[in-house]
Design a protein around this ligand. Structure first.
Ligand code: ATP
Ligand code: MG
Length: 428
């Protein structure tokens, strides 16, 4: 029988890589906690209609990339694996009346997202995001705050060659005026555009600006700029966001061709790219979406947010550094029936006292167990042979110095504070 393999575009996150994930999660969690963002966990599948209305049928995500199927309900019900996090958060915000609870909701989430894309480096079918959504503020300070948090997370992980691209897509009225100017400019080039962009000319012409096709990009380079079509409010909002970023010491560059792929964005749009990542350079994308809550049937609520792609972030981190090393305190080796039982109990009690302890289960020769203790990265090794078992003692061996002493097991369990100090010193 053939071996069953993981589906294309999906990946196992193996133990050797998981430390990157935990590192990113803990750095992000800390930074978000300090800014008083609350975590929210929404379902991984939702009614298909939510994404159609919330993202827009003319987008690639909804038009081509969704995992959509009928579940077993009668009559049939169409459900979709979430392709992004915002729609579900907004659905929960409306359904659970989160707006009634406080003026502004600062939320964050993390988890898997699903898009039927062509798998390649940095592009998977199941991938993961960390995202934030601030609901209930139209203030440019909210835009600046979320951008600052994204920057902070990426910098705290040690990333340096980052570029923040900033744009405003105005409000729907500004965009309507711009749309006409863009179509007028592009129509004479219609035959030269890539087929996708030709299609979009009538359906979603703004999206043509972020086509990845080279000829289309050349044509788009001289297209009119949306920034020339912003109304007074949009212009003021955009100016203020820029001023605040400057005040915060965050560098950015204006990119009038930056239009997010999703229909609900208004005003601020931004992306954070890395020059170290090659083709899939964008690690974070976000912006303001003042129209979405209303579009999904909720009370008109301005909002702004972003999402970081975790796999792309890890690709960057791997180039730069390894995650913080493992932190095993004790590796316990034992041999002989009585010694093995005592070792199990000793390990259990040490863990209850707060130490991290790995017990060698192999029963193999001490020499082999010692070799594994060396590889484990433990600060100290605890050794129980027949002699120690008979006297209820244990040998404590510090790996760095190879110093070794015999002590009673009961005494070892009582010298917690001393052991913790020694371990800290040896790690430093
Ligand atoms: P792209 O233009 O690269 O397709 P996008 O505009 O579709 O990106 P968003 O919907 O804004 O991306 O998602 C935010 C982030 O999630 C992206 O910047 C990227 O880091 C990550 N991301 C999006 N799609 C994928 C994918 N298929 N595989 C891995 N990461 C992804
Ligand atoms: Mg995409």
């Amino acid at each position: 029988m053939g071996v069953i393999q993981a589906l294309p575009g999906t990946r196992d996150i193996l133990p050797e890589k998981v430390s990157y994930w935990q590192w990113i999660e803990s750095v992000a969690r800390q930074i978000l906690h300090r800014a008083n963002y609350q975590e929210i966990r929404t379902p991984i599948f939702e009614a298909t209609e939510l994404f159609k209305r919330g993202i827009g049928e003319a987008t690639d995500v909804v038009g081509k990339e969704m995992y959509t199927f009928n579940d077993k309900a009668t009559p049939p019900r169409s459900v979709t694996l979430r392709p992004e996090g915002t729609a579900g958060v907004v659905r929960a915000f409306i359904e659970r009346n989160l707006d009634a609870q406080s003026g502004v909701q600062r939320l964050w989430y993390t988890g898997p997202m699903f898009r039927y894309e062509s798998p390649q480096a940095g592009r998977q079918r199941q991938f993961h995001q960390i995202g934030v959504e601030v609901l209930g503020s139209a203030d440019p300070r909210a835009d600046a705050e979320v951008i600052a948090i994204a920057t902070d997370i990426l910098q705290s992980l040690g990333l340096k060659n980052l570029r923040l691209d900033l744009n405003s897509v105005g409000n729907p009225e500004d965009r309507q005026n711009y749309r006409q100017a863009l179509v007028d400019y592009l129509t004479p080039y219609k035959e030269e555009l890539d087929p996708d962009s030709q299609n979009r000319l009538s359906r979603n012409p703004l999206r043509i600006l972020d086509s990845k096709n080279q000829r289309t990009q050349e044509i788009a380079r001289n297209a009119p700029s949306i920034l020339d079509y912003l109304g007074t409010y949009s212009q003021q909002h955009f100016d203020r966001v820029q001023q605040l970023l400057t005040d915060l010491g965050i560098e950015y560059q204006i990119n009038p061709r930056l239009v997010r792929g999703l229909d609900y964005y208004t005003h601020t749009a931004f992306e954070i790219q890395s020059d170290d990542l090659g083709a899939q350079a964008t690690v974070c994308g976000g912006g303001r979406y003042d129209g979405l809550v209303g579009q999904l049937g909720g009370p008109d609520t301005p909002a702004v947010g972003w999402a970081i792609g975790i796999e792309r972030l890890i690709m960057l981190l791997e180039e730069l550094q390894s995650p913080p090393a493992s932190t095993l305190d004790f590796y316990v080796v034992s041999r002989g029936e009585q010694a093995e039982a005592q070792a199990l109990i000793l390990a259990y009690k040490l863990r209850q006292s707060g130490f991290s302890v790995e017990l060698d289960f192999s029963g193999s020769a001490f020499k082999k167990q010692f070799a594994r203790a060396d590889r484990s990265g433990a600060v100290a090794c605890l050794i129980l042979g027949e002699e120690e078992a008979a006297s209820q003692s244990v040998k404590l061996k510090w790996m760095a110095t190879r110093e070794q002493q015999a002590i009673a097991q009961s005494e070892l369990l009582q010298m917690q504070d001393e052991l913790k100090r020694s371990i800290l010193n040896l790690r430093a």
